[in-house]
Design a protein around this ligand. Structure first.
Ligand SMILES: C[S@@+](CC[C@H](N)C(=O)[O-])C[C@H]1O[C@@H](n2cnc3c(N)ncnc32)[C@H](O)[C@@H]1O
Length: 248
C-alpha cells in the first residue's frame, strides 16, 4: 500500500481513539446484519471497516470476515478489541482484497458509515468497486449507504457547534465543528478538537454526495446492477441503502 492511500483524516491517534465514543451505540449497523442474513452470506468483506465494530460483530456470529481499512490507527483500535482475532484484518484498500483472498471469493461486501462518500473522484470510486467485484462470487452482493443529496444534510450540520467527548486515555475533548464549503456534489467540513492541555487537533474532510443516476452509472461501469434501494431504519429519509448484485 502506498502512503497516498493511507492519508485520510481517520489515520490519526485522536480520531481513532474518539471514533467509537462519537458514533455511539451503532443501531445503523443492525440493518446490515439483517441484509447479510437475508442474503444468506457466509463470507463478508467490510471495506473501510474503521474500528471494526461490524466486522467483529459478524465474526462473533460465525461469519468469515475480512476487514480492510487504509487508516492504520483505526485498524489498531479494531485489533485491540475482544473478538478481533476472529477477523482477517487488512491494512489497505479494497484493491488489496482480491490478492488477500486468493482463490476464495466473498458473498457480500459492505461499506457502512458512509464510507462510499469518501471516494471523491470517479477513478477512485470505480477502482474500489471493480476490486470489490473481483473479490465477490458471481452471485455476490455489495451493500452500502450514502446520504441522499436532495436532503441537504449539511444544512443541519452547520448548526452543530461544539460537542464534548470523554475519550479514554485522553480526557475531555471539545470538538468544534465548522462547515467549510459546499460545492455540490462536494461538502467540506472541519473539526477542531481541543485537548485537556489546550492543544488543538484540526481535521478536515470532504465527502461526495452522489446522485442516484451517478450511482447507477458508476455501479454499471464496475459490473454491478442495483437490485434494491432501501431506507435506513435509524435515519429515515436521509440515506439510500443500496443493494447491488454482481451483473451476470
Ligand atoms: C466514517 S468511517 C466508517 C468506519 C466504519 N465503516 C463504520 O461504520 O464505523 C470512514 C472509514 O473509511 C476509511 N477510508 C478512507 N478512505 C478509504 C479508502 N480509500 N478505502 C477504504 N476505506 C477508506 C477511513 O479510514 C475510515 O475508517
Amino acid at each position: 500500500m502506498t502512503d497516498e492511500k493511507q492519508a485520510n483524516e481517520f489515520d490519526h491517534p485522536l480520531a481513532a481513539a474518539m471514533y467509537d465514543q462519537v458514533e455511539g451505540s451503532r443501531e445503523d449497523l443492525d440493518h446490515y446484519v439483517a441484509i447479510i442474513d437475508e442474503l444468506g452470506a457466509r463470507t463478508v468483506i467490510d471495506v473501510g471497516c474503521g474500528t471494526g465494530v461490524l466486522a467483529i460483530r459478524l465474526a462473533s456470529s460465525g461469519h468469515s470476515v475480512i476487514g480492510v481499512d487504509p487508516a492504520g490507527h483505526m485498524i489498531a483500535v479494531a485489533r485491540a478489541k475482544a473478538g478481533a482475532d476472529r477477523v482477517q484484518w487488512v491494512h489497505g484498500t479494497a484493491e488489496d482484497v482480491p490478492d488477500t483472498l486468493g482463490q476464495r471469493k466473498a458473498d457480500v461486501a459492505v461499506m457502512t458509515g458512509n464510507v462510499a462518500q469518501v471516494f471523491l473522484i470517479d477513478d477512485a470510486w470505480l477502482s474500489t468497486l471493480r476490486a470489490i467485484r473481483e473479490a465477490l462470487h458471481p452471485d455476490g452482493h455489495l451493500v452500502f449507504e450514502t446520504r441522499i443529496p436532495e436532503r441537504r444534510a449539511w444544512e443541519e450540520w452547520a448548526e452543530w457547534g461544539t460537542s464534548v467527548h470523554h475519550v479514554e486515555g485522553v480526557g475531555e475533548v471539545h470538538d468544534r465543528f465548522t462547515l467549510v464549503r459546499v460545492t455540490e456534489p462536494y461538502v467540506t467540513f472541519r473539526s477542531d478538537n481541543t485537548l485537556p492541555d489546550g492543544t488543538v487537533v484540526p481535521s478536515e474532510s470532504t465527502l461526495i454526495f452522489r446522485s442516484m443516476p451517478d450511482l447507477e452509472r458508476t455501479l454499471a461501469e464496475a459490473g454491478f446492477t442495483i437490485s434494491e434501494v432501501r431506507d435506513a431504519a435509524d435515519r429515515p429519509g436521509r440515506e439510500w441503502v443500496v443493494i447491488a448484485r454482481v451483473r451476470a
